[in-house]
Write a protein that binds this ligand. Structure first.
Ligand code: CA
Length: 232
């Protein structure tokens, strides 16, 4: 089945161009031109991805996404931004979008970004659905996908979403050294503007949580100049 895309854009010309480009690449776009119409449409349909303009007649794309996230919907979002808009906030943790393109853009670029996001999510979904067990003589980590938890010695570890996604990337491939860029891609997107410090921050909090599980063991190893790995 074609993947469905909700396009929220108040400029008809842009909407027409994108609708045409997306349809001809096999996607099924639906176009609305206001936040209100977007909210009502998203309640009725389950879209695979959203493309949101930021300046809309009855609000802005940031607020729209916030409302959608508050309702528990984690639909991936690509923002269309004008130059000078707060790009740092867009894809950052604060807003929780997946990517953005700056106007003026080519429709082809938008379609390419959409593909990248959907492909990454597909990959992530596979990892998320894997029931992974990482067992050594002393420790057992287990990913329980149905409950979206990682357990240690059968007790769930209390993790944020980013920590959870880091953790399942690690336990899916124990001992593998992940670069910060790879970890950013696993959690956010390939051209996420956030720098390596964002990953370091999540690693730091994750490390502290793992330390409380076993104070004598350093589970997450820092590989200077490369990245991080999990050593069970
Ligand atoms: Ca606009």
């Amino acid at each position: 089945m074609n993947q469905t895309i909700l396009l929220v854009e108040d400029e008809k010309e842009i909407a027409d161009t994108l609708t045409y480009a997306l349809s001809s690449e096999g996607f099924q776009p639906s176009w609305v031109s206001s936040c209100e119409a977007a909210l009502s449409s998203i309640k009725q349909h389950s879209y695979d991805l959203g493309i949101f303009d930021i300046g809309l007649p009855d609000g802005n794309g940031f607020e729209l996404l916030k409302t959608i996230r508050h309702s528990g919907n984690d639909i991936p979002i690509l923002f269309l931004t004008a130059r000078g808009e707060e790009i740092d906030r867009i894809v950052g943790l604060e807003i929780g979008a997946d990517d953005y393109v700056t106007k003026p853009f080519s429709p082809r670029e938008v379609v390419a970004r959409v593909r990248v996001i959907l492909k990454r999510l597909e990959k992530q979904q596979k990892i998320l659905e894997q029931n992974t067990i990482l067992e050594t003589d002393k420790s057992v980590f287990r990913h329980v996908p149905e409950q979206r938890v990682v357990t240690y010695q059968a007790s769930p570890i209390d993790l944020t979403r980013a920590e959870y996604e880091l953790m399942i990337s690690f336990i899916a491939q124990p001992g593998r050294v992940f670069s910060r860029r790879q970890l950013i891609e696993n959690i956010w997107s390939s051209n996420h503007p956030s720098d390596d410090r964002a990953i370091d921050t999540h690693i730091k909090t994750l490390r502290a949580k793992l330390k409380t599980l076993n104070p004598h063991k350093e589970f997450i190893i820092t590989h200077r100049g490369f990245g991080y790995s999990l050593e069970p």
